[in-house]
Design a binder for this molecule. Sequence first.
Ligand code: FAD
Length: 289
Amino acid sequence: MKAAEFDYVRATSIDEVCDLLDDAGEHKIIAGGQTLVPLMAMRLARPSLLIDIADVEELRFIRVDGDRLCIGAATRQVDAERSALVRTRLPLLAQALRWVGHPQTRNRGTIGGSIAAADPSAEIPLVAVTLEAQAVARSKTGETVLPLTDFFRGPMMTALAPDQCLTEIRFPLWPGQVGCGFHEVSARASDFALVAAAAQVTIDADGTCTRLSCALSGIGAAPVRVTAPAALVGQRLSPATIEQAVSGIDAEIAPEDDQHASASYRRRVARVLLARAIADARDAALATA
Ligand SMILES: Cc1cc2nc3c(=O)[nH]c(=O)nc-3n(C[C@H](O)[C@H](O)[C@H](O)COP(=O)(O)OP(=O)(O)OC[C@H]3O[C@@H](n4cnc5c(N)ncnc54)[C@H](O)[C@@H]3O)c2cc1C
């Protein structure tokens, strides 16, 4: 199938993008095109105007700003994957990026595009929800900061208004002895996750967990931050305490049957992957001592 007819503009500044988005009409931003182009080819998306942000320099950066690591929305996934700053300061994202598509798709796909596409099984949104990241969006009328825990509104649906362009994702940096873990099951390598689990912990000098955040994807319409494992704060992270805490997630998730896997399979795998992610996070935190 071929995409329906459309006009195309290659923008060079965020102001230009906001002006174009302010005009009425069925317009769409294209970043890496890895999700949008297939949707257009299947005529599931029919923009009359494509606004290409690939050349908007001010949307491509990775930098530490105080206690946050900020990534420009048009930053390629491969650039974040190869970034020493991401590897050393935001290892949870570095681990997750290895699971995103193929090297070829990561060469084009962007960090902001994955967030805006809002696929319920995508890895980058899962990391963003786990770390309670923020999204910055711009329109002609100004800038908005959106907590990503409240951004995803369902499959391919977000809190973004049609005249808004994502400009930046801000990931909080945790102080102290921090470790993280990421585990995923997919039908084939590089497929979207059937289920994925992400966890980050902080432990103190005697190995007690002092902070924990974890989330799951592939088990609902958007990534879900699960709170039952927070019972581990104040405890040592042994296989028994982890298993006990993870068993409490059942009430917080509502996976459904689909052609890829049954709800009961996803529920079982979610517990196993989450326990592994928390155990890896513990080991990584211990290794920083
Ligand atoms: C074969 C294949 C396998 C893949 N496997 C995976 C996988 O395993 N895991 C995974 O997470 N992803 C996977 N993907 C998707 C890939 O990661 C995409 O890159 C990503 O979903 C979208 O990013 P993009 O930059 O390509 O966005 P685009 O396709 O350009 O845009 C996606 C959507 O976001 C909107 N958008 C983009 N940027 C902005 C912005 N700055 N502000 C507002 N709206 C914006 C667009 O209008 C569009 O609606 C796969 C893709 C392919 C082709």
